[in-house]
Ligand binder design. Structure first.
Ligand code: FE2
Length: 255
């Protein structure tokens, strides 16, 4: 299996906007490269998929996901921008609307591969009450309890677990980590093979840096090109139910 990690697409209402155009570039590249490749491909998109929690942005996301879902399993979770205008001003109606788009009605949600003993658990860390600009996010006691039960269950079944969420579970930038990041890290310790997240728009791979957490992977903003208009995304390989630590970055050359 290969896991393709995208994050922070920030789709806008303008189809010609750089973010929207680059989201389609990403999708087309991933399809051309992996749709007919051997093995299973799972695309994980870790939140802030829309920019301002607007209906037309969700519509753009629905079209993009429909294309990707024709070829791959696509797992998504919300970010603060998906529930709030500019990630700041919370709009209550956006919660059920966005959760419907990303098929996350009652987080944590579970997807299990039939090809390898790997289970994905998606968390909703977007915090409707968090109106400060840093948008720290929270998992909350209910989801943490749910995660705990799921980790026990899937361990008993001999499955390896990958967790994905929007916010950083580690204190990377002051004020930006989850409010309950320590509780989350403690739940995951020794029980999770990899954790994928976004939010800070800064790519990072933390390999064996945290006790009992072998692989913590931060995606940058996937729709943000470098100075040469190149885009990039991370690929994580699994083998026989084992998540490989040799992750690599795929680059889409600018035109
Ligand atoms: Fe973002």
């Amino acid at each position: 299996m290969r896991i393709i990690h995208l994050s922070d697409l920030h789709l806008t209402t303008d189809e010609k906007h750089r973010n929207n155009q680059n989201a389609w570039r990403l999708a087309e590249h991933i399809i051309s490269k992996y749709a007919t490749a051997p093995g299973e491909t799972v695309v994980v998109a870790t939140g802030d998929l829309t920019d301002n929690a607007l209906e037309d942005e969700r519509r753009a996301l629905i079209a993009l996901l429909a294309l990707l879902r024709m070829h791959f399993i696509v797992l998504c979770c919300p970010g603060n921008h998906d529930y709030a205008c500019r990630g700041i001003d919370f709009t209550p109606e956006s919660v059920p609307l966005f959760r419907k788009v990303v098929r996350m009605d009652a987080p944590p949600i579970v997807w299990q591969s039939e090809h390898e003993p790997i289970t994905f658990i998606g968390l909703d860390s977007a915090d409707p009450q968090d109106n400060v600009w840093v948008a720290r996010g929270i998992i909350g006691k209910q989801q943490l309890a749910g995660l705990n039960r799921l980790l026990d269950l899937h361990k008993k079944r001999g499955r390896v677990v990958v967790v994905y969420l929007h916010h950083h579970p580690i204190v990377h930038k002051v004020g930006c980590a989850l409010k309950d990041n320590i509780a989350l890290m403690n739940r995951m310790k020794g029980r999770v093979a990899a954790c994928l997240f976004g939010h800070n728009h800064e790519s990072g791979a933390y390999i064996d840096q945290f006790d009992g957490l072998p692989l913590l992977l931060a995606s940058g903003m996937s729709t943000e090109p470098d100075q040469n208009n190149n885009l990039s995304y991370r690929v994580i390989l699994t083998h026989g139910g084992r998540v490989e630590q040799g992750v690599y970055t795929e680059t889409i050359r600018g035109t």
